[in-house]
Design a protein around this ligand. Sequence first.
Ligand code: GBH
Length: 452
Amino acid sequence: MPDRFDLPAGFRWGVSTAAYQIEGAVTEDGRGPSIWDTFTARPGTVRDGHTGAVACDHYHRYPEDIELMRGLGLDGYRFSIAWPRIQPTGTGPANPAGLAFYDRLVDALLDAGITPLPTLFHWDLPQALEDTGGWLNRDTAHRFADYTTLVADRLGDRVPAWITLNEPFVHMAYGYAFGIHAPGRALMLDALPTAHHQLLAHGLAAALLAERGLDVLIANNLTPVRPASPSPADLAATTAYDALHNRLFTDPLLLGHYPDLSAYGITDDLAGTVHPGDLDLIAATPLTGLGVNYYNPTHIAAPTDPGLPFTLVDIPDAPRTAFDWPIVPEGLPELLHTLHTRYGPALPPITITENGCSTTDPLDDQSRITYLSTHLDALATATTQGIDIRGYYTWSLLDNFEWAEGYHQPFGLVHVDFETQKRTPKASYTWYRDLIAVHRARWSKEGSVTFP
Ligand code: GBH
């Protein structure tokens, strides 16, 4: 069986974070409010009333955090840019202090030999844009294009590859359909236009990035979808869920059209939303790479509630993370094989842009080491079966603000004491550092290094 040391030569090792989850400093240097500042201020939205106001104070402590990254020997760092730092109200000229922060961050990363991989939107929309409808408003896509121009013109000389959006499905579902994330709207299927407007934003931004000679990725949270039983009703429900979760956000990019949601019993609210030419625009700029955030598979059964054509059910017998998410490493190659079969030559090279788990063991996090090593071994089987996978960015460098769970779900290779801001590398940090070193040495010396 291939294992993680068989991942290909040149495979890129990284870690991922996101602005609102680590930066803090939410009122500093002219940053405007984001929908997460508004949402976290509302009682009952986030566990224990936690907010990202201070988070890991990365805005001030980024040099220390980059030292931690240098210690890992990383190739790349995936972080996100806070739109409300660049345009405090989501429109108009750039806030110089906001651009200057990411300028310093990028230069410090390059000095440490780490390639910056920014995500332009990781859920922290400027509140002023939410006030005019957020992603329900088509205009937000055009505002995103303007924001992209400001950032790409400033950093594009040093940042080769860009991720437009993080997990547009989760932003639609959690933010606009169920209301458990910002902006806290519970529109159920009326949230569907936010899918199209995010993809339109991607298409507009992708063209601007490509014009500047920059590589373009998107980070989709994809899941292998499995029927709870082989019954025709469960199979039909599985196809419907797959269309909504996976294909809705990937088919338009790679095939140039949406799945026919109405064929699966999903009220198709996209009809009035998609303008002529939109799909051409969304697919016009080929993705340099597809970012895949993988956490777990999803089991689906026939609907029990008339509103939706499927029900999500538990995966029987799977071990669970501290977050109670099922641990299924073989779901990762399963997902990649589905993508390979579904999209064929239209599938660009893949980068795993997130994968990881929350744990309850603060420093000796053996459960994280097991999670990461089994997923990386599973990933290696897919690379040896002809799937082009270029890199792996684990979620996350630091324990951080885990959205609706506040600081209760630690995902970091590095422990953060949120009273003192002291960073302490966990056992998984040392493990990841050694893995990167051994994998690199193996390929530079052609197999002369072995690992116990
Ligand atoms: C990502 O979202 C985000 O990009 C990141 O900001 C976040 O911190 C990180 O992951 C960890 O949450 O119901 O048991 O099947 C992940 C979105 C949504 C992943 C729900 C897994 C299903 C678990 N996820 N999910 S389960």
